[in-house]
Write a protein that binds this ligand. Structure first.
Ligand code: FE
Length: 370
C-alpha cells in the first residue's frame, strides 16, 4: 500500500466517522495541540513543572503546587502528610527501573537501590546521586527524625532512618504517592514478520473489537500502558492516578498489513481531537495515544498526524500524544475479547456494534475471512 494513496483515502473517509467515540456523541470543542516533551519518559500535561531531564531548581508558591498536583500528592509532597502503610503495590514491587519525584520528575532512585522492607512503604538503602535528595531535621510529633526532600523541588518524600541494610545501613522510607516508577525498556525487537504496537483510543473494548477483524492482525490484547504503577488493576487505572491509558497491544503481520492501515483504522474509530476524553469517558486514562516502539512507528504516526492537521480534516487539531513505549500490562481476563464474549449486553449492542459496522463498511476488502 502506498503512503500517499492510503492517506488520501483516510482524508476522504475520516470526516464521516469521527463523531462517535464509544457510541456517544462528543462535544466538538476547540482544542489546542498538546506539546509533547519527547525527552520525558512520563508526561503530565497538567503539571508544567514536571520534567525527567530538567535539573533546574523549582521554587513556586504553595497555591501553584495545589493547582498542578493531585490532592493526595499535594498533601504528602507539600504538607508532609504520610500515606497509609501498604498503600498501592510499590512497597512490594521489585521490577527493574527508575523512580522519579512524582511532583517534579526528578530522578531519585534506581530499582537496584531498593530493598524489601516489612514497613509497608517503598524502602531504599541509597539515593541515585548526591543531588537527588536533601535532608532536614524533623522534630514533629515529639520525635527526632530526618526528613527526606526532593533535591530539585523540595517536596516531602519521607524520612531517612539508620536501620537499613548494608552497605549503607540507611533506610529511605518513602511515600509511594511521592514516587513515579518507569520500568526499564523491554525488548522491542521484531519477530520475523510480526511486530507489535500499542494504541490508546478510549474504551479498549471498542478498539479491541475492531482490530480483531482486520486482516493481518494476529493478536489483540486489552491492557494499560504509559503509567508508573506496575501491574495496575482496572480499578486503579480508573482513578486516573496511575498515569496509565486504556490501550490495546496489537500484533501485526507486516506482510499482510502495515502501519498506514493500522493508523487509518485508529483515526477512524475514535476521536483524536478531544483531550483526555472519548465521549462520556473523561480522564487521562482515556487519552488518545500512540506508544511507539521504533523510529518507523514514530515517523509514520507523526507524518499522518501532521497531514491530518495541515489538511484540517477535523474541526480541531489532533491531540493524540506520541509516547515512547515502556511497558504494557494486560487487563484482567474479564476485559479480554469482551465484545465477542458479551454480544448480548446493551453496551456491546449500543456502543461497540455500531463502530464495528462502520469499520466493516469502510474496510470491507480488508476484513478477515470468516
Ligand atoms: Fe521533586
Amino acid at each position: 500500500m502506498q503512503n500517499s494513496k492510503s492517506l488520501f483515502n483516510l482524508l476522504v473517509l475520516l470526516p464521516l466517522f469521527v463523531f462517535n467515540a464509544c457510541g456517544q456523541s462528543s462535544n466538538k470543542q476547540t482544542t489546542t495541540t498538546k506539546t509533547i516533551a519527547m525527552e520525558n519518559v512520563i508526561n503530565k500535561p497538567e503539571n508544567p513543572y514536571y520534567s525527567n531531564t530538567d535539573t533546574k531548581k523549582i521554587n513556586i508558591s504553595d497555591a501553584e503546587w495545589k493547582k498542578v498536583l493531585s490532592p493526595d500528592l499535594y498533601a504528602v509532597a507539600r504538607h508532609a502528610d504520610t500515606e497509609r502503610a501498604f498503600t498501592g503495590t510499590m512497597y512490594k514491587q521489585d521490577d527493574k527501573g527508575t523512580y522519579y519525584c512524582a511532583a517534579c520528575g526528578y530522578r531519585l532512585f534506581k530499582s537496584d537501590q531498593k530493598f524489601s522492607s516489612s514497613c509497608g512503604w517503598p524502602s531504599f538503602f541509597e539515593q541515585d546521586n548526591k543531588e537527588s535528595i536533601t535532608f532536614k531535621a524533623d522534630n514533629s510529633y515529639g520525635m527526632q527524625r530526618t526528613e527526606a526532600l526532593c533535591g530539585r523541588c523540595g517536596s516531602h518524600l519521607g524520612h531517612l532512618f539508620d536501620d537499613g541494610p548494608a552497605p549503607t545501613g540507611k533506610r529511605y522510607c518513602m511515600n509511594a504517592v511521592s514516587l513515579d516508577f518507569v520500568p526499564d525498556n523491554v525488548s522491542t525487537k521484531s519477530n520475523g514478520h510480526l511486530e507489535t504496537i500499542v494504541l490508546g483510543g478510549g474504551c479498549y473494548w471498542c478498539v479491541e473489537a475492531v482490530y480483531e477483524n482486520l486482516e493481518g492482525i494476529t493478536k489483540v490484547v486489552s491492557g494499560f500502558s504509559g503509567g508508573f504503577v506496575a501491574n495496575p488493576s482496572y480499578e486503579e487505572v480508573c482513578t486516573g492516578r496511575t498515569g496509565h491509558a486504556e490501550v490495546v497491544q496489537i500484533t501485526y503481520d507486516k506482510t499482510k498489513t502495515n502501519l498506514d492501515e493500522i493508523f487509518k483504522v485508529f483515526f477512524t474509530v475514535h476521536d483524536p481531537t478531544t483531550l483526555n476524553r472519548q465521549g462520556a469517558d473523561v480522564g487521562t486514562q482515556y487519552r488518545s495515544v500512540i506508544f511507539y516502539k521504533n523510529e518507523e512507528q514514530k515517523k509514520t504516526a507523526e507524518s499522518i498526524i501532521n497531514e491530518l492537521n495541515s489538511k484540517n480534516v477535523y474541526i480541531s487539531k489532533v491531540v493524540t500524544t506520541l509516547e515512547p513505549f515502556k511497558a504494557f500490562y494486560p487487563a484482567e481476563d474479564f476485559h479480554q475479547n469482551y465484545y465477542n464474549n458479551n454480544k448480548n449486553k446493551p453496551y456491546c449492542q449500543m456502543v461497540i456494534q455500531p463502530k464495528i459496522e462502520k469499520f466493516e463498511k469502510i474496510f470491507k476488502d480488508r476484513l478477515k475471512k470468516k
